[in-house]
Design a protein around this ligand. Structure first.
Ligand SMILES: Cc1cc2nc3c(=O)[nH]c(=O)nc-3n(C[C@H](O)[C@H](O)[C@H](O)COP(=O)(O)OP(=O)(O)OC[C@H]3O[C@@H](n4cnc5c(N)ncnc54)[C@H](O)[C@@H]3O)c2cc1C
Length: 304
């Protein structure tokens, strides 16, 4: 096979697994671009060290560098750079993850945070001391991001509650995470949802208006629907509220008309989409499988 050039945008598990697979063919010159200063994507920025030591990322990085892969860290790909990559490389792979957080229109600040922002502040900026001024925290959500937020905060603040609108059985977070959070002192308010963020006259968060929920029949997704219980609202006191209520993908920072088409092939010629950016928020295992699958597709695309 002739040599081909490949630009990968995103050094998360999807992007670096793709590179690991393709270096085995000895037929690709690979450049990986990432806005962060290290390999690992959400594993690096989101998952706290106490839960997952990162030595395997260092090994992955060193192995790739030894095999000639070039990393361009601290490099955010914008429209201009994306166009340049499209012009200069045989293939461009978008592995930017699903890192845009849902905030349901609430304005963050003064005690209201989005989950990934909080985790970045703790894991990367090491700003733990900034959170010592808070005394009562609510984490809103029931996934792994919510668990990481709650478990990180309970190491700093004594009173940390998780508000989740379904029951424990429906929680998407890993069972082990829920168990460990509980052991560490996190309190769970199941079948409750936040309706309103309450602030004082200076704009500082002082609590949340919470409503009790009940489960109904399964909806189209197969999960049981949720309904508010009439006249069940109450105020939960909190000076810190963290929203961990889902993430989505946004291709607009790269190109206005980039979107998923069929399989990993995108709407733009020779541009592929993979990992969480393709599947939506998923898991490390799924990102790794994505990397392996796309490596085969890309090799095949040069054979056809
Ligand atoms: C807090 C948290 C906890 C999690 N816990 C678990 C868990 O316990 N188990 C599990 O299996 N999964 C977990 N996950 C999910 C898992 O981490 C992700 O599914 C996986 O990392 C997705 O891999 P990816 O490579 O597709 O994207 P990501 O890991 O999101 O990597 C995307 C990379 O793209 C870079 N990027 C984005 N935009 C640009 C741009 N314009 N220019 C340059 N670079 C860019 C980002 O900096 C990032 O490094 C968790 C996720 C989070 C956030």
């Amino acid at each position: 096979m002739d040599r081909h050039s490949l630009a990968i945008i995103g050094a998360g598990p999807a992007g670096y697994t793709l590179a690991q697979e393709l270096v085995k063919t000895n037929a690709f010159d690979i450049d990986i671009f990432d806005k962060e200063k290290e390999i690992g994507g959400a594993i690096y920025t989101g998952i706290p060290d106490y839960r997952m030591p990162k030595t395997f990322l260092t090994k992955a990085y060193e192995g790739l560098v030894e095999n000639g892969v070039k990393f361009h860290f601290n490099t955010e790909v914008d429209h201009a750079l994306f166009e340049k990559l499209q012009n200069e490389y045989d293939r461009v792979v978008v592995a930017i993850g699903a890192q845009v957080e849902n905030t349901f229109g609430f304005d963050t600040g003064d005690g209201l945070y989005a989950g990934l922002t909080l985790l970045y502040d703790l894991n990367i900026n090491h700003n733990h001391d900034d959170y010592k001024k808070y005394h009562h925290a609510i984490v809103w959500g029931g996934g792994n991001v919510a668990m990481d937020c709650a478990r990180s905060l309970v190491r700093i603040i004594d009173d940390v509650k998780v508000v989740y609108r379904r029951s424990e059985e429906e929680m998407p977070a890993n069972q082990v995470e829920i168990r460990d959070a509980r052991k560490e002192g996190v309190v769970f308010n199941f079948l409750e949802n936040i309706k309103e963020i309450l602030r004082d006259e200076n704009g500082q968060v002082v609590g949340a208006k919470v409503v009790k929920m009940e489960l109904g029949e399964p909806d189209e997704s197969g999960r049981r629907s949720t309904h508010e219980v009439a006249d069940s609202e109450y105020v939960e006191k909190a000076d810190l509220i963290v929203m961990a209520i889902g993430q989505k993908v946004n291709f607009k920072p790269l190109h206005d008309s980039l979107e998923k088409k069929e399989g990993h092939v995108s709407s733009l010629e020779n541009v592929y989409i993979m990992g969480d950016a393709y599947t939506g928020p998923a898991t490390i295992g799924s990102a790794v499988l994505e990397g392996k699958a796309l490596a085969k597709e890309i090799v095949q695309s040069f054979v056809e």
